[in-house]
Design a protein around this ligand. Structure first.
Ligand code: PLP
Length: 475
């Protein structure tokens, strides 16, 4: 089918990336950061450039290249899946990394040395200044990502086979943490009214039983974008304390809060006993686009919790991971503030565009995160996603050993395939976010406005009159 010439190469040309187009053909190699270094620098007036699209094809990126690997050459023009950003990092980060690579030795890092100590101080001051959290520097434990921290904590508190509470739909990565710790998800579906999610606290409490030891709170919430109020958090905290359920507060998205909204850190709640029953997980990675640098931390006001977790946290960090997070906190704040504002503008843009041009999709501007949760039930209906998924699964079951490619296909997988095939846009399928994720897709909008516009135009064209496409069964 025709895409009005909007293939990847044309996109790059349209989006002003002609200079890099040579690097994005099939089997491409990365043009290299040095070839384009400098364009992310702040202009003389102190503003950073988030508008110029930055080509990530050919860099082994999950968001772009993995999708090409899965869906085929030229299949995806805009990757809007995994939660990272398309922008160049803050110039302070590139500068610090470039300085460090001048020393060409990569032996073991002394985490208790100058850099590690300074990082610890900056974690404490950053948390105080930006979120009002008083972090005891002694309590901060570094780790190689929020996942490894959560896994260590679950191992410390949750026997194999015990239950972990989740408000669903929730970040799909948590299910992997549960698999890694042989624990079981106790899903508490959130209430959905007019596109807004809320927690039914009675229902939440009813899901707690004798073998429920932990609750993973996500704030701001991935994928819905909810930010939880102090009142919400106190209620959740009270219930968990009453039932001796430990709260794991994953606040990795805390910097992305839309105008007029508020992020309340669990560690700032006015009830000491509730706070003492929690561990907070954070990183600079989501805020500054450093996901692959593998650096995060967790802390608690409860020293006995930390002592219990530490033996399970075997984390050797990379030098560049610490250098980049350190540079983010020492020299990246202006960049971050402008980035958050830009993302807020992107959310408004999406909101208005979808309302005006894509009646098949319903969405409500989220309170936080750079993720937009989309109701795609009308698309699923129109393309017969449910029947096609059932057919794909049946076919797989009847093939050798039931291990065919169609196994585990959800209607949302069909919507995902449909949007790749017809719009060249890749979104994450909602069913992977647990109960309540059905009929939804997650769209990551942390990209240049031009790229966002290309994606939305493609979606609008593809969704003018969607109809079943049986070739999707062969993917
Ligand atoms: C809520 C949440 N927690 C954790 C992670 C992953 O964190 P890390 O890469 O530090 O392991 C993500 C990434 O998308 C996330 O959205």
């Amino acid at each position: 089918m025709s895409h009005d010439g909007l293939n990847r190469r044309a996109f790059l040309r349209n989006a002003g990336m002609t200079a890099l187009a040579g690097a994005v053909g099939s089997g491409t190699s990365f043009a290299g950061p040095l070839a384009v270094a400098g364009a992310g620098l702040a202009a003389a007036n102190g503003t950073f450039d988030f508008d110029t699209p930055y080509n990530r094809f050919g860099t082994d990126s999950t968001k772009y290249d993995q999708q090409i690997r899965v869906f085929g050459k030229d299949s995806v023009q805009v990757g809007m899946g995994i939660a990272d950003m398309d922008f160049k990092v803050a110039p302070a980060i590139t500068k610090a990394l470039m300085e460090r690579i001048q020393h060409e030795n990569w032996g073991y890092l002394d985490m208790g040395g100058t850099l590690g100590k300074s990082m610890n101080e900056h974690i404490v001051s950053w948390n105080k200044k930006r979120y009002g959290i008083t972090v005891n520097p002694e309590s901060v434990v570094m780790t190689t990502g929020v996942h490894p921290g959560i896994v260590a904590t679950l191992r410390a508190f949750c026997p194999i086979g015990s239950k972990v509470l989740l408000n669903t739909p929730t970040y799909n990565g948590f299910y992997g943490d549960l698999t890694a710790t042989k624990t079981v998800a106790e899903e508490v579906p959130m209430r959905l009214v007019n596109g807004r999610y809320s927690i039914d606290f009675d229902e939440f409490e009813r899901h707690i039983s004798g073998d429920t030891n932990a609750y993973i709170l996500c704030n701001p919430q991935n994928p819905t974008g909810n930010t939880w109020s102090q009142e919400d958090l106190l209620k959740l905290g009270e219930i968990c304390l009453k039932h001796r359920v430990v709260v794991l507060a994953d606040e990795i998205h805390c910097d992305f809060v839309q105008k007029g909204q508020k992020y309340t850190a669990f560690a700032t709640l006015p009830d000491k006993a509730i706070v003492n029953n929690s561990i907070t997980f954070k990183a600079a990675s989501k805020s500054f686009g450093l996901a692959a640098m593998k650096c995060a931390w967790f802390f608690s006001t409860n020293p006995s919790f930390m002592e219990r977790i530490k033996p399970y946290n075997r984390a050797d960090l990379t030098t560049l991971g610490i250098v980049s997070s350190h540079a983010a906190y020492t020299g990246g704040e202006d960049w971050l503030n402008q980035c958050v504002e830009y993302i807020d503008g992107n959310h408004d843009f999406v909101d208005q565009y979808v309302a005006a041009n894509i009646p098949m999709i319903k969405c409500v501007k989220p309170q936080g995160t750079y993720l937009q949760w989309l109701d795609v039930s009308a698309i699923a209906d129109k393309i017969g996603a449910k029947d096609m998924a059932a057919e794909a699964n049946k076919k797989a079951e009847s093939s050798a050993g039931g291990r065919g490619r169609g196994a585990g296909v959800t209607p949302e997988t069909m919507v995902e395939r449909y949007l790749v095939r017809h719009a060249k846009v890749h979104l994450n399928q909602g069913a992977s976010y647990g109960l309540g994720g059905q009929n939804h897709m997650r769209m990551n909008i942390a990209t240049s406005r031009k790229t966002l516009e290309v994606a939305l135009n493609n979606l609008a064209n593809a969704l003018k009159n969607p109809s079943p496409d049986r070739t999707l069964l062969n993917e």
